[in-house]
Design a protein around this ligand. Structure first.
Ligand code: FES
Length: 129
């Protein structure tokens, strides 16, 4: 079996994930599944002044999903909601220096989880997006 070639940054985020866990009293929680592999992602956010004040994630997913979501939470923490909405899986993956080709779909799980959390937040506060 071939070994996957993960770069140093991916391995570092996998071994020491940032913002792991769940926010107590989260303003919104997004939960999604990856149709490719069946893995799951949950992202909770707190929002203040239209910015992501705090963010946590839990996943039943692979090393790539953990590393990408860890990086994504760092990228969007403090970001305005409308900017966070525009962050793509490509951006998240490139922020990590890339993923092995067969693991690219894992970065979708991170971004979809964030989008789900934002959707639930907008729904809760009555904003039509
Ligand atoms: Fe499922 Fe990576 S294999 S998220």
């Amino acid at each position: 079996m071939d070994r996957l070639e993960y770069n140093v940054m991916v391995l570092e985020h996998f071994k020491n994930p940032r913002n792991a866990g769940t926010l107590e009293n989260a303003d919104a929680i997004g939960q999604v599944g990856n149709p490719v592999c069946g893995d799951m992602m949950e992202i909770s956010i707190n929002v203040k002044d239209d910015r992501i004040e705090d963010i946590r994630f839990r996943t039943f997913g692979c090393a790539s999903a953990i590393a990408t979501t860890s990086m994504l939470t760092e990228v969007v923490k403090g970001m305005k909601l409308e900017e966070a909405e525009k962050v793509t899986w490509d951006h998240a993956m490139k922020s990590l220096g890339g993923l092995p080709k067969i693991k690219i779909h894992c970065s979708l799980l991170a971004v979809d989880g964030l989008k789900a959390a934002l959707y639930h937040y907008y729904k809760k506060v009555g904003v039509d997006r």
